[in-house]
Design a protein around this ligand. Structure first.
Ligand code: FO1
Length: 315
């Protein structure tokens, strides 16, 4: 009997996560899809709370994201950055003028005591996004990268300022020890009849989420499809530092190593045709073209994954 999916949850971070979330949002109506997003990249900058992965998903689903970068607002200007430079500022994090509107309203709301979840739902509704985009937690959890060259760095300093070139020795998720998933996230995970982990960086986008109680517990105990899409194709990352980071942390840079990293958290794994020779143990697998170069690809991959999920019998 084919499974009918009423409550799909996708766990996403970064540009790859936003793309699959977009593909799923084009197929599933708002009441059947919830996007839970990494906030380990977030930081305070010039007094504004910057939430890159939340904004990347929001702008992507709203159809306003800058297509070249995959983040920021299409056609945005940098007058404010130029004005900061005039004051002698070293402007390493490129904030567009329209993007700053998001940071201003979010920062004001947080200072007024609103939860991040609440202000994000309000902003996304204003942009016409009806699929709920939820921060993994309302607490501050910040990914810190321990590097050979500079010691410990906050995430954006590693990722943007030093262009993820420093050698990674380790990483931690500061604040996760007493962070909890929001009520909205807990409800979404409890009600889920399928959980999809997007092709995001496991260490930078998913591990921060899994470090927040009770994510891992909720994922492991659910007897539903819990499938991850590999961000590694033919030994490289489609975008970003995943391959470099895996090598530096001592992992094989393969889709198989990603499946092993997720371990018991998942019971299904989607990986690319180019890796079809890989043997992935003790998980249901689905091999297909996972490269999303345009809207059609995103929708097509989302469709194929949903069809595969509903065609299998899950434990
Ligand atoms: N990524 C960069 O590589 N350079 C930037 O200057 C930059 C600015 C930026 C501004 C707002 C925003 O929401 C994201 C931005 N990103 C930038 C991406 C950001 O570093 C994200 O953390 C990555 O997309 C990884 O998730």
């Amino acid at each position: 009997m084919a499974l009918s999916l009423e409550h799909v949850v996708v766990l996403a971070g970064g540009v790859g996560g936003a793309k699959l979330a977009d593909g799923l949002a084009r197929i599933l109506p708002p009441e059947k899809l919830t996007v839970i997003v990494n906030t380990g990249d977030d930081f305070w900058h010039y007094g504004m709370r910057i939430c890159p992965d939340l904004d990347t998903v929001m702008y992507t689903l709203a159809g306003v994201v800058d297509p070249a970068n995959g983040w920021g607002v299409a056609g945005d200007t940098t007058a404010t950055l130029e004005a900061l430079k005039r004051y002698g500022e070293d402007v390493w994090f490129r904030l567009g003028d329209q993007d700053i509107a998001t940071h201003l309203l979010r920062s004001e709301a947080l200072r007024n005591g609103e939860r991040l979840t609440e202000v994000m739902l309000r902003l996304q509704n204003r942009l016409g996004v009806l699929h709920p985009i939820l921060p993994m937690t309302d607490a501050a959890v910040e990914t810190m990268i321990d590097t050979v060259e500079y010691g410990e760095l906050p995430f954006q300093t590693y990722f943007v300022r030093y262009r993820w070139q420093p050698t990674m020795k380790g990483l931690r998720y500061a604040g996760s020890e007493n962070a909890e998933a929001s009520p909205e996230v807990t409800a979404a995970l409890e009600n889920a009849d399928a959980i999809i982990i997007a092709p995001s960086n496991p260490w930078l986008s998913l591990a921060p989420m899994l470090s927040v109680k009770p994510f891992s517990e909720l994922l492991i105990e659910k007897h539903i499809p819990r499938v991850a899409v590999s961000p590694i194709v033919a030994g490289t990352a489609v975008k970003g530092p995943a391959a470099k980071l895996m090598a530096e942390l001592g992992y094989d840079v393969t889709a198989r190593a990603v499946a092993e990293y997720y371990g018991a958290l998942i019971n299904g794994f989607v990986y690319d045709l180019q890796d079809s020779s890989l043997i992935i143990e003790d998980k249901k697998t689905f091999v297909t073209n996972t490269i999303m170069q345009n809207q059609i690809d995103r929708e097509h991959l989302a469709q194929l994954i949903l069809r595969w999920i509903t065609s299998e019998v899950w434990d």
